[in-house]
Design a binder for this molecule. Structure first.
Ligand code: HEC
Ligand code: HEC
Ligand code: HEC
Ligand code: HEC
Length: 475
């Protein structure tokens, strides 16, 4: 596979750089030997690139660049992931193994397993672990057949003067999905006590917990179990800009979808043991330049996935067309498309053509996201609804944000034509949500789409997406 080769390039480049630094003529002293920096993500949910809309955040290429920038200043850096990196939709399944390959290529020391990782079954995950080479840890997940742990319980990573033991835990209340017959979860506290003791015996000077226990269970655990220096907590954990210290554990909270990276800084004694620490979250916004080599493999992966989804979409539509009862173009209520409305409402139509809504489809085509279901729904009319947008073949008629997105289904025209047109704020909010349009204000945005422009047009808030994806890469 092409991405596999490209990824090996990244990995080779990384290890080459490491080898070079080790061969360096004069061994240079460890930079910042008194601190260990733990960089962390959690619940990335298969997000490979920045979220495309208003303020594009996250993405593997920015993560890689950020990690590089920290490694440029500190020698004792460990990169980890607390689990939950598999996507939440079936169509994005391939993003799971791809995220794992990339995490491995950018030098992730360990990743935990959460219930998301099991949604395609145990065998699928095991194969992805093998293929990616990513060190995956879980100290309380057992293979029912063999009675043994399903993955390595922990890893010990040398980092300058520290030896960092990293272990993972999964919640007993997690839904193991299709893996429930092959795996079982042991009580987290029992597993933690045992694993911490084992790590100490093996000489770990710092112990990091990767937790998929959620907020409350994670906090209870670090309260009850001695010896954990840092805990990265995930699984629906609300993000905290600054972590907390609970007893002697620095706890890092949430920050999902790869939008943030946690930075836990532990002060070390001469023996490499943790004395104290603190944590904060850094947003991977447009100001974080993407690492070109990673950007390229991510782009290649996403474009290939979009192409594959487009083919699947066509096959499904063709199969549906064969079933007579699916000819819902004649369904009682269906979408008709802006061209039809424009026949009678020419002024509104002409004005609408000048708005960004009339370019929303092209935006997805340009981003090569035109067959990616999680993007399409807000950039077209009636996605997967009767008479609505199904495949790219419908784009000329039903692509873009059109009349019917705001006014309602065309076949209900009689109902809305009888009263004065009203498009209330919740209609806009269906697409302009906290993620896609965080600075949306009805009063400011509305005048920009009105069919008769008001005399004094308020300015829109600055839109980072306009500088957008350009900032995400090299191009
Ligand atoms: C065959 C012509 C025709 C077509 C096609 C048509 N309309 Fe209309 N529309 C009308 C007429 C006539 C009225 C009533 C206008 C009036 O009383 O001012 C109306 C009224 C409306 C109103 C309420 C206008 C107001 O005065 O506030 C809206 C909104 C509207 N149409 C939207 C649409 C949309 C959206 C479509 C496409 C799905 C569409 N129309 C298609 C003829 C049409
Ligand atoms: C079906 C989803 C959808 C609905 C409903 C919707 N929008 Fe939008 N809106 C979009 C998309 C997608 C874009 C970006 C289009 C592009 O440039 O690709 C956008 C862009 C805009 C912009 C341009 C923003 C900029 O920075 O240039 C304005 C203004 C706007 N919408 C206002 C509104 C208002 C007001 C409403 C409600 C009356 C509304 N929208 C309803 C999806 C929607
Ligand atoms: C929940 C609805 C929704 C979804 C899902 C959605 N978008 Fe959008 N998108 C919008 C809205 C609304 C805007 C306009 C935001 C604004 O300007 O405030 C927008 C704007 C954009 C823009 C900026 C257009 C410009 O030039 O101003 C891009 C690019 C974009 N979306 C791509 C994507 C991609 C890629 C995905 C899938 C990962 C996606 N969108 C998913 C609603 C959505
Ligand atoms: C982004 C949302 C949006 C889109 C897209 C949109 N409209 Fe409107 N439309 C409005 C709003 C807002 C009003 C004013 C009513 C109000 O204040 O709520 C309006 C009013 C109207 C009216 C009443 C007369 C007028 O001009 O104010 C007609 C007719 C109409 N729209 C037709 C259309 C047609 C036809 C299209 C597609 C070519 C379209 N609209 C696309 C939001 C939209």
């Amino acid at each position: 596979m092409k991405t596999g080769i490209a990824l090996r390039h990244v990995r080779t480049a990384v290890s080459f750089a490491l080898a070079l630094s080790m061969l360096g003529a004069t061994p240079r002293p460890v930079r910042d030997p008194d601190h260990l920096i733990v960089l962390s993500t959690t619940d990335v949910k298969g997000k490979t690139s920045p979220c495309g809309c208003h303020t594009p955040k996250g993405g593997l290429a920015r993560r890689a660049a950020f990690v590089d920038s920290v490694r440029a200043e500190h020698d004792q850096v460990v990169l980890v992931d607390a689990g939950g990196f598999f996507p939440e939709t079936d169509s994005q399944r391939d993003a799971g193994p791809f995220v794992m390959q990339t995490m491995n290529a950018i030098g992730t020391a360990a990743s935990n397993v959460g219930d998301k990782e099991l949604r395609f079954g145990y065998a699928f995950l095991r194969e992805a672990v093998r293929e990616s080479g990513l060190p995956v840890v879980s100290a309380n997940l057992y293979d029912r057949r063999t009675g043994r742990l399903a993955f390595a319980p922990y890893v010990i990573v040398p980092a300058g003067r520290a030896r960092v033991g990293v272990f993972g835990l999964m919640s007993g209340s997690a839904d193991l999905g299709p893996a429930r017959d092959s795996l079982r979860v042991e009580d987290a506290e029992t597993a933690a006590v045992r694993t911490v003791a084992e790590l100490k015996k093996k000489g770990a000077t710092v112990i990091v917990l990767l937790s998929q226990l959620g907020k409350v269970e994670s906090e209870d655990l670090v309260n009850a179990v001695e010896g954990i220096d840092a805990a990265i907590t995930g699984r629906n954990v609300p993000m905290l800009q600054r972590g907390r210290v609970i007893k002697n554990t620095v706890v890092c909270y949430g920050g999902e979808q790869g939008w943030y990276i946690g930075r836990t800084s532990l002060a070390l004694d001469a023996a490499g043991r943790s004395l104290s620490g603190e944590n904060d979250m850094i947003m991977l916004g447009p100001e974080v330049e993407a690492k070109p080599a990673v950007f390229d493999v991510v782009k290649a992966f996403e474009d290939a996935l979009n192409d594959r989804l487009r083919r699947l979409e066509k096959e499904r539509a063709a199969a549906a067309a064969l079933t007579a009862e699916d000819s819902d173009g004649d369904a009682v209520d269906h979408y008709v498309g802006a061209e039809v409305c424009g026949r009678c409402h020419k002024a509104e139509y002409d004005q609408w053509r000048t708005t960004p809504h009339a370019r929303a489809w092209q935006t997805l085509v340009d981003e090569k996201k035109d067959a990616t279901p999680e993007c399409v729904r807000c950039h077209v009319v009636g996605y997967q609804k009767p008479g609505g947008f199904r495949t790219a073949d419908d784009a000329s008629r039903l692509g873009n944000v059109q009349c019917e997105n705001c006014h309602g289904v065309g076949t209900q025209h009689e109902a809305y034509a009888a009263t004065k047109a009203q498009v209330p704020e919740p209609v806009c909010r269906g697409c302009h949500d906290a993620t896609t349009s965080p600075v949306f204000q009805f009063a400011l945005y509305r005048p920009h789409i009105l069919h008769q422009a008001p005399a004094n047009m308020p300015a829109l808030p600055p839109n980072p997406a306009k500088a957008k994806m350009k900032g995400a890469g090299t191009h």
